[in-house]
Each structure stands twice: as structure tokens, then as C-alpha cells.
Design a protein around this ligand. Structure first.
Ligand SMILES: *[C@@H]1O[C@H](CO)[C@@H](O)[C@H](O)[C@H]1NC(C)=O
Ligand SMILES: *[C@@H]1O[C@H](CO)[C@@H](O)[C@H](O)[C@H]1NC(C)=O
Ligand SMILES: *[C@@H]1O[C@H](CO)[C@@H](O)[C@H](O)[C@H]1NC(C)=O
Ligand SMILES: *[C@@H]1O[C@H](CO)[C@@H](O)[C@H](O)[C@H]1NC(C)=O
Ligand SMILES: *[C@@H]1O[C@H](CO)[C@@H](O)[C@H](O)[C@H]1NC(C)=O
Ligand SMILES: *[C@@H]1O[C@H](CO)[C@@H](O)[C@H](O)[C@H]1NC(C)=O
Ligand SMILES: *[C@@H]1O[C@H](CO)[C@@H](O)[C@H](O)[C@H]1NC(C)=O
Length: 484
């Protein structure tokens, strides 16, 4: 109890300390590493992104540890006091992050998702999300699976998926794919971990080193959004307006992680969790080791941008059974033209381009730095109705997750399953655009002081037209959430 109180205190302090750093809003990243050429009229041509890597020679050699799948449940683990000294306690309820036995502070598991590799396979595929020190780049590991029967089974890893920043940071993010050899039995996976840092290592018996997997279910008619993080001083009002607009547009589910989120916003998010629209957990970062920079969520550097891929990978695996999946930030509104719902818009787009894996959307910036254009609303989206012309500025996308390649989802783009001949397209401005409410970008101010003011402004009420008629109800909802 006391420990919890202390933690809460620390967390609250954290909010203050980092207030300056946490200017709420979007994660606008410079993905200059990602080469992509999108043709202006629709079709985008496919340069394979460096997000995944076919098994290289090094990986082909497999790891040298020989695992026997028929091995009996493991013998007692040998405790290594030196290794276990000074370890923080890791309770599964408090942390979704796990260190892995044998890797010191060089490998952290964030989540594990069990899914189906194809329509006729049942729970045959395990995908783990995590961070790994770059020195392990060419090392392939194994997985250890703990079943409800008590059996602990070591398996060889099928594939390691690398994110674009693999050479740029100390702790690049990874996906590890392992098979579930018992998918045809009644034995259910209870916990999973990585193994193989040392030769002849067997599955570790201590539950502490394992993570509990999430089972990805089919939701064939539903639309989900991945918003990565909600953190710091993000105002409750911005969560409310985003959810109420997107709920009306037909969004069924939102996955997000919180990080030092203020209490009022947390209450609002808890409300959406209580009605089943949100799945959320506190986000945690691996601690610094071997020169890893101590980073926070939302700061602008390589390691932080790399870290943002973790919730996207996590979303991708968990949301594989949804009809459509979007990656949007909480200050971005994807608005179809002509009073359509998302479902109507997407169905229409995919009907015209049956080989699409997904669509990117042009962006209208509603720059708050310009000043308010209307005082008739107390919400940002009602106050800033001026926007730029449609720009290819950090575009976002929606996709059909079952048409993407391995590790094929990221913040600003997606990788279609090329072997199935799926392609990437860009939606026309007349179909839908993304309305991004934000202040002028700092690097604009640096390079060209006036750029922000030189941009042409257009008055566009397409977001506020949806919101203003419901604002009164939203205020009532807010009062009822915050007063309980
Ligand atoms: C992994 O292999 C690649 C290709 O052979 C090489 O360029 C890279 O330096 C290797 N990484 C490490 C950490 O050894
Ligand atoms: C893992 O790979 C090694 C080397 O290729 C092989 O000897 C072993 O049988 C494999 N283990 C399993 C469980 O498939
Ligand atoms: C995977 O298969 C199981 C069992 O058939 C099913 O319940 C589940 O919805 C499937 N998941 C997805 C994402 O299709
Ligand atoms: C938009 O659609 C809603 C619900 O279908 C309808 O009530 C409203 O009148 C429509 N508005 C316009 C401008 O077409
Ligand atoms: C909104 O209110 C502020 C403060 O009262 C005022 O300065 C501003 O001119 C108003 N803006 C508009 C567009 O009415
Ligand atoms: C593409 O789809 C096919 C058929 O479903 C599948 O066998 C293959 O593994 C997929 N490729 C990728 C990169 O996901
Ligand atoms: C909004 O845009 C209109 C049309 O370009 C312009 O006349 C007006 O001054 C702008 N107001 C603000 C606050 O940007």
C-alpha cells in the first residue's frame, strides 16, 4: 500500500518535472530513413520499406542451442545470484515490460500476441514485441512457451523483424515470431519468453521472466484505431472531442498506452475503457544501459522515435482481426467528404481499388499559432477552423491488416503483402483528408521564421460541423465523468 502511494507520488512529481517536455499533441516525426514515392494520382509505387528483413545468412544458421521439442517439463532452474542482484521487482500487474533471463538489461519484452497465420490455422503464431541491444542484431533466439498443462516448450524462432532504426539507436525495437507447435491440441499458451542468449540454455521455470500473451480475435466488421500514446498534459477536452467525433464516424475500438497522463484525462480515458471502446495500459520504457539514452515519451530524438514503433507493432498484432485499422494521433481527425462514415468511405475506396492494402491521406494543418477564428466553442476543434491546403505532411493511413506484410504497419506508412500483389494508394483530397490541429512546428520557426504565417489559409468547418451540434452533450458527458 505504502509502496503504491510512493509510486503515485513519484508519478505526480514526474508530471510536473516533465511538463515542459510534454507539450501534448502529435508525434510528428521525420522519417527521412523511409524511402517512399507516392504518385500524385492515386497509386503509390512500392519500394520495399526497410521494416522487415528476410532471414539473412546469419539468421539462417539458426542459433546453436539445440532444443528438443519432446523435452519434459524443465528441471529446477539454477539460481545465479550475481545475475539476480539488484533487480527491480517485476510484478505482472505493474509493468508490461519484462527483462529476459540471461540478457542482463539488453533485451526487454513489451508484449506477446497469439494469432492465426492464415484463416484455417488456429492460434499457431506467436509474435513478441520488444527492445534488444544492437549487438544482438544478427543473433537469432528461440522462444519458450509455457502451456496451461504445465509443459514448457522451447521452439526455434521463425523470424526476427527489424524496424527502420536498427542501426541508428542503442536499443532498436524488434518483433520476434515463433510457432506454436501445440496449436492443434487443447493446450493453451499461458506465457512466453525469449531464450538463447547462452548455449544450451533451457526454458526457465520462473514465471517472472515470461509475459502473458494476448489472443487476437476476429472482428470482421469493426474498425480500430491505434493512437500509440496519450501522455503528460494532454487536455481531457481533446480526448473527449476526438472520441465523440470518431465514434460518430464509426470507430469501434481504440488501442492506446498512457504515459504520465494527467488525472483528468485519465478519468476520461477510463470512461471510454468502461464502455469498451478503449484498451489501454501504462506504457513503460526499458531502463538505460550500455549508453542507451534515457528518453521519455514524446521527446524528439532517434531513440524516442524508435520507441514509438513498439505500440504500433503491438497494435498491428492485436488488431489483425479487424476490418480496417488506422494509425492516428489524438489531435488528428480523418474526415470523409460528403457526410460519409468511415465505413462508407473505406468500402468505397477499396471497391474502386480492389488490390489496395490501404490508403494514405493528405493533411490539412489547422495551425493554432494563427489564432482562434471562432469563439462559439470551448473546444479546440471548434475554435480553429482555418487550415492549410492539403499537404503531403506526415501523412497517416488506414489499411486492411490482413493485406499487410510481416511487421507491415508503422506511423506514417504501411507495407503491403507484395507477394499477394497488394498495393499502397493515396486517397484523393475529394475523398477524405486528415485535419491535424497543432501549433507551428519548431523547425519551421528555425529555418524560416515566417513560413508558418506565409502558408495560405482557408476556412474549413468540416470538423466543427460534426462537433458543434453535439458540443452541449459532450459537456454534459464531461461533467458526469469528472464528477463521479
Ligand atoms: C549484422 O550483419 C550485417 C550484414 O552482414 C552487418 O552489416 C552488421 O554490422 C552486423 N551487425 C552486428 C551487430 O554485428
Ligand atoms: C532448432 O534448430 C536446430 C538447428 O537447426 C535444430 O537442430 C533443432 O531441432 C530445432 N529445434 C526445434 C524445436 O525445431
Ligand atoms: C483465430 O482463430 C480463432 C479460433 O478459430 C478465432 O477464435 C479467432 O477469432 C481468430 N483470430 C483472428 C484474428 O482471426
Ligand atoms: C449527414 O448524415 C446524417 C446522418 O445520416 C444526417 O442526419 C444529416 O442530415 C446529414 N447531413 C448532410 C449535410 O447531409
Ligand atoms: C475571441 O475572444 C477573444 C477574447 O475575448 C477576442 O480577443 C477575440 O477577438 C475573439 N475572436 C473571435 C474570432 O471572435
Ligand atoms: C502474403 O500472403 C501469403 C498468403 O496469405 C502468405 O503466405 C505470406 O506469408 C504473406 N507474406 C507476407 C510477407 O506477409
Ligand atoms: C482565417 O482565414 C481567412 C481566409 O483566408 C482569413 O481572412 C482570416 O484572417 C484567417 N483568420 C485567422 C485567425 O487565421
Amino acid at each position: 500500500m505504502i509502496i503504491r502511494k510512493c509510486r503515485r507520488l513519484l508519478r505526480m512529481r514526474g508530471v510536473k518535472t516533465f511538463k515542459k517536455m510534454f507539450v501534448y499533441g502529435s508525434f510528428s516525426l521525420t522519417f527521412f530513413l523511409i524511402a517512399q514515392r507516392i504518385l500524385s494520382d492515386g497509386q503509390s509505387q512500392s519500394i520495399q520499406l526497410p521494416t522487415t528483413k528476410k532471414t539473412t545468412q546469419a539468421e539462417d544458421q539458426q542459433f546453436q542451442i539445440v532444443f528438443d521439442p519432446k523435452a519434459k517439463p524443465q528441471v529446477k532452474e539454477k539460481e545465479n545470484p550475481a545475475e539476480n542482484a539488484n533487480l527491480p521487482e517485476q510484478s505482472p500487474d505493474l509493468y508490461n515490460l519484462k527483462r529476459v533471463k540471461g540478457f542482463s538489461y539488453d533485451l526487454f519484452l513489451f508484449s506477446a500476441v497469439v494469432g492465426n497465420s492464415s484463416a484455417d490455422k488456429k492460434w499457431d503464431n506467436i509474435v513478441l514485441q520488444g527492445w534488444e541491444h544492437r549487438m544482438y542484431e544478427n543473433t537469432t533466439f528461440g522462444c519458450c512457451i509455457k502451456y496451461t498443462s504445465g509443459l514448457m516448450l522451447p521452439v526455434n524462432m521463425t523470424r526476427k523483424v527489424h524496424w527502420a532504426y536498427r542501426n541508428k539507436v542503442q536499443m532498436p525495437v524488434k518483433q520476434y515470431i515463433c510457432p506454436n507447435p501445440r496449436h492443434n491440441t487443447k493446450d493453451i499458451i499461458e506465457a512466453v519468453t525469449i531464450s538463447g542468449s547462452k548455449k544450451h540454455e533451457q526454458c526457465h521455470k520462473k514465471y517472472n521472466w515470461y509475459i502473458t500473451p494476448y489472443f487476437a480475435h476476429a472482428h470482421k466488421k469493426e474498425i480500430a484505431v491505434c493512437t500509440k500514446f496519450m501522455y503528460g498534459s494532454l487536455p481531457a477536452d481533446e480526448i473527449l472531442s476526438w472520441f465523440e467525433v470518431h465514434r460518430r464516424l464509426g470507430v469501434n475500438k481504440v488501442l492506446t498506452f498512457t504515459y504520465k497522463l494527467n488525472p483528468e484525462a485519465t478519468k476520461v480515458l477510463d470512461y471510454y475503457k468502461s464502455i469498451g471502446m478503449v484498451e489501454t495500459k501504462p506504457f513503460s520504457l526499458p531502463r538505460a544501459s550500455r549508453g542507451r539514452k534515457v528518453v521519455e515519451v514524446g521527446v524528439k530524438n532517434m531513440q524516442a522515435w524508435n520507441d514509438e514503433q513498439i505500440p504500433v507493432y503491438d497494435c498491428f498484432e492485436k488488431l489483425k482481426g479487424y476490418k480496417y485499422v488506422a494509425v492516428l494521433d489524438i489531435d488528428e481527425y480523418l474526415i470523409p467528404r460528403g457526410n460519409k462514415t468511415w465505413n462508407e468511405l473505406f468500402d468505397g475506396l477499396f471497391k474502386v481499388r480492389p488490390w489496395a492494402a490501404g490508403f494514405t491521406f493528405l493533411v490539412h494543418l489547422h495551425l493554432t499559432t494563427w489564432g482562434v477564428t471562432s469563439n462559439s466553442s470551448q473546444f479546440k476543434i471548434g475554435q480553429y477552423t482555418n487550415r492549410t491546403k492539403a499537404m503531403a505532411d506526415r501523412m497517416k493511413h488506414i489499411s486492411m491488416p490482413n493485406r499487410l506484410g510481416v511487421g507491415g504497419l508503422s506511423t506514417h506508412t504501411f507495407t503491403p503483402n507484395w507477394t499477394m500483389k497488394y498495393k499502397r494508394f493515396q486517397a484523393k483530397e475529394a475523398e477524405a483528408t486528415l485535419h491535424h490541429f497543432r501549433s507551428c512546428r519548431k523547425d519551421w520557426k528555425k529555418k524560416d521564421k515566417n513560413k508558418c504565417y506565409e502558408l495560405e489559409r482557408f476556412t474549413d468547418t468540416s470538423v466543427s460541423d460534426i462537433f458543434l451540434p453535439i458540443e452541449k452533450d459532450v459537456l454534459k458527458l464531461k461533467a458526469s465523468i469528472l464528477n463521479t
